[in-house]
Design a protein around this ligand. Structure first.
Ligand code: GLU
Length: 318
């Protein structure tokens, strides 16, 4: 008997969703619903400076407007709550303590960018490729520096390949030390980093399927290593294409014309779902349809692998 699918959508409530976020949300929802599984909505509000409850409420409202429901999580509760990361600090402390007990983390006294990394799960922010020089500090040097500055904490990754097969992209491999480096697990202000929190949460919530944007694919090897050292069972991964504007720019929360406020003013839920389903290869034309109609015909095989350009003529005369 196959295991029931447990998926999740895990947005950061730091702004209004745009078309790209919706695309990931729709695919996460379709994959779970097509398999008759369970979907959780978890708010990744780790960063108190950027996340707002008003955005979380708006996000849940926007998903509901589109016809995307969830079984556990935000506003609903469930067996694996709480479903807000800001309320799960104790779990991250335990995961961190487990890493510390095995000497898999070390304090990092470097300044600047890494302090922001808990809010930045995307490559290039707060990362050293290779080991940080702080890894080599002696106990006495650490103690001396700790008197002047509260350290951030990094994972001490091994010089080892981690490979997995992505449901969209196929085989993917990275050498942790070379391609990723010692990544942050806790900021100097005590806020736990995305990488640690997401693994602790997906593990504790028994999530066995992760669907998210391709910008997070390169986070997966280090997350798989965390699953391993924390003794958790990893999910399967589907990294879905990013949407870009016709000029090649990746859509972001700054693209107001394609955020949910603008989209809701201009189209019906069925028009929006139909258009996203067209981009996702699930129908040949951007014809209006409901999310549930799509769930009946959904197939991962039809999802394109690479970036998807959003035609400038939409919404409008497609
Ligand atoms: N919270 C992350 C984001 O909004 C996504 C985390 C994930 O799906 O693993 O970028």
């Amino acid at each position: 008997m196959s295991t029931a699918v447990r998926g999740r959508f895990a947005p950061s409530p730091s702004g209004r969703m745009h078309l790209g976020n919706l695309f990931s949300a729709l695919l996460a929802w379709l994959s779970v619903r097509a398999a008759g599984g369970t979907l959780a909505l978890r708010m990744e509000d780790l960063d108190p400076d950027r996340c707002r409850e008003a955005y979380a409420a708006q996000l849940a409202g926007d998903l509901a407007w589109l016809g995307l429901d969830w079984d556990e999580g935000y506003g609903k509760g469930g067996p694996h709550g709480p479903y807000r990361q800001s309320e799960r600090t104790g779990r991250y402390e335990s995961a961190f303590a487990a890493l510390e007990a095995r000497e898999l983390v070390y304090p990092c006294f470097c300044t600047r960018a890494e302090r922001l990394a808990a809010s930045a799960p995307h490559r290039g922010e707060g990362e050293h490729t290779g080991a940080c020089p702080c890894r080599e500090l002696s106990a006495a040097q650490r103690a001396a520096r700790a008197e002047r500055r509260r350290p951030a904490w990094r994972a001490a990754v091994p010089d080892r390949k981690v490979a997995f097969t992505d449901g969209v992209l196929g085989p993917y491999v990275e050498n942790l030390a070379r391609d990723c480096g010692d990544f942050l697990v806790r900021r100097s202000d005590g806020v736990y980093a995305y990488q640690l929190a997401v693994v602790a949460d997906d593990g504790a919530m028994a999530v066995n399927q992760v669907v998210r944007g391709q910008d997070l694919c390169s986070s997966t090897p280090r997350q798989l290593w965390l699953y391993e050292v924390l003794g958790l069972t990893p999910p399967s991964f589907y990294h879905v294409p990013l949407l870009t504007a016709p000029d090649g720019r990746r859509l972001s929360k700054r693209d107001r014309d394609l955020d949910m406020g603008a989209l809701r003013a201009r189209c019906t839920p069925e028009e929006l779902v139909g258009f996203l389903a067209f981009l996702a290869g699930q129908q040949n034309r951007p014809e209006p349809c409901s999310a549930w109609e799509l769930a009946a015909v959904f197939s991962w095989e039809k999802v394109p692998r690479g970036e998807i350009v959003v035609p400038s003529s939409w919404p409008g005369n497609l």
